[in-house]
Ligand binder design. Structure first.
Ligand code: UDX
Length: 461
């Protein structure tokens, strides 16, 4: 076997949604670097070493296969890999803390701290440590304090390099990013470490897209990016309510305002509420930060973005209830889509979870269908033993139902034969299009009572 001399050894601690894909792209783009991803879960690492990856992301498997075994490795040998690495990315999960001080808002930093301690125990030479996980502002300081505690001569330089990829488009987002943000200390060693990281990204990212800041600005920018995006969604969802009350059309309003170049057209789709592992968590983290600095008005401004999101999910359920004669007892509904957005099987914080729970409380019977998320949906609703079924085939899911609630805008739902579906349903048949995905006029002509988001209903009754 020939031994390859790699320029540098990169390690990533955490083989999840961020660590696995980011390291795959780095390995693809930098064949002269050795990239290893470690995790405490043997099951997860085994999955990364198979063709049945632990996450579903379009284009990921081909890229893993291209580099795996050459310059991309997945392992559970954390301690040895730490010692061998020059650059260590930390991509462990940072969930919302659910206990004690800051419960429900603050970030649970236990995995970050454990990782920092493990790096310290095993590092025998200087390392650059890169925060990839989304963490509270000034977390780099905590890491530095742990890493530099005791009297070891090993030096650690900490950088912040938040990940902005969105699920489903992760590969594109990483291969052609809007920007790569690198925060460092303004010291000679901080700037030198920053340059080492920049050199990696310069293999494929144009220089003008690399943004360098101080550490705290970089950490804060990640939270603010997600807070601004989520805020746009809550804003347009408030307008959807006004549209339903006034017979205006939210799609038309979005288009009209989005043509103002200062506003821009993206992230203005009204829906049943935002989901995903980041938005709620990051806003609540921002709220906690504001409260910590006693910026209470600012905390409540951002908290309102989350409250409005909860309100939007609740409103969606109330609209179903009202349209279906104020009772769902004994009625069957097909749920089209459970993932928090299309092209992923991820259901973390998906609006479908709380919408389905509310519908079950109303004693509706649910047939849930989704092309990739049924396994997660089962787990999310495991407390409900009765009143629901998980069905792969949407045509089977609609049999004998009184209504359909579309929650995730999978393209396949656009391409179904709705006449065939209508024929299989109880009458009057209702359809609640939570994503304004379908052709409402055509559905109405088939005979459905159609309830879009932010538009007047098309009702035969
Ligand atoms: C988000 C950020 O976009 C990404 O930059 C960050 O790194 C992680 O968090 P992600 O959670 O994968 O990414 O999904 P995103 O595409 O942003 O969608 C989040 C939620 O907002 C979804 O539930 C989606 O359906 C909803 N959404 C999005 C809307 O309801 N309307 C829109 O116009 C856009």
């Amino acid at each position: 076997m020939t031994t390859v001399n790699f320029k540098k050894n990169i390690l990533c601690v955490g083989a999840g949604y961020v660590g696995g894909p980011t390291m795959t792209i780095i390995a693809n783009k930098c064949p002269n670097y050795k990239v290893t991803v470690v995790d405490i879960s043997q099951e997860r690492i085994d999955a990364w070493n198979s063709d049945n990856l632990p996450i579903f992301e379009p284009g990921l498997l081909e890229r893993v296969q291209k580099a795996r075994g050459k310059n991309l490795f997945f392992s559970t040998e954390i301690d040895r890999c730490i010692d061998e690495a020059d650059i260590i990315f930390v991509a462990v999960n940072t969930p919302t803390k659910m206990f004690g001080e800051g419960a429900g808002k603050a970030v649970d930093l236990q995995f970050i701290e454990q990782t920092a301690r493990r790096i310290k125990e095993n590092a025998k030479s200087n390392k650059i440590v890169v925060e990839k996980s989304t963490i509270p502002v000034r977390a780099a300081e905590t890491m530095a304090n742990i890493l530099h505690s005791g009297n070891s001569s090993v030096q650690f330089e900490i950088l912040s390099n938040p990940e902005f990829m969105a699920e489903g488009t992760g590969i594109r987002d990483m291969e052609a990013p809007d920007r790569i943000l690198i925060g460092s200390k303004d010291t000679p060693s901080g700037l030198a470490a920053r340059d080492v990281l920049m050199e990696i990204y310069l293999h494929w990212v144009p220089k003008e897209r690399l943004v360098t800041t101080n550490l705290w600005s970089s950490e804060l920018s990640k939270l603010v990016s997600n807070a601004f995006l989520a805020q746009r969604i809550s804003s347009i969802n408030t307008i959807a309510s006004i549209c339903e009350a006034t017979e205006a059309d939210v799609t038309e309003v979005s288009r009209a305002i989005g043509m103002d170049s200062r506003i821009g057209p993206k992230f203005l789709n009204a829906g049943p509420g935002f989901g995903g592992s980041c938005f709620r968590k990051d806003i609540l983290n921002l709220v906690y930060l504001c409260e910590f600095y006693q910026l209470n008005e600012i905390a409540s401004f951002w908290e309102q973005v989350v409250s409005l999101n909860d309100y939007q999910m609740d409103r969606f359920v109330k609209r179903i209830l009202q349209a279906m004669f104020n009772t769902l007892v004994g009625k069957k509904l097909a749920i089209f889509g459970f993932a928090f957005k299309p092209d992923t099987g991820d259901t973390r914080d998906a609006p479908a979870i709380s919408i389905c729970k509310r519908l079950l409380e109303e004693k509706a019977y649910l047939n849930i269908t989704d092309p990739h998320a049924l396994k997660n949906a089962r787990k999310d609703l495991q407390d409900f033993e009765e009143g629901l079924d998980f069905v792969e085939d949407p045509y089977k899911a609609v049999e004998g139902t009184h209504g359909i609630a579309l929650i995730t805008e999978w393209t396949l739902y656009k391409e179904l034969d709705y006449q065939k579906i209508f024929d299989k349903m109880e009458k009057p048949a209702f359809i609640f299009d939570g994503r304004n995905l379908l052709d409402h006029k055509a559905l109405y002509e088939i005979g459905f009572n159609v309830y879009p988001i932010g538009k007047p209903a098309l009702n035969h009754l």
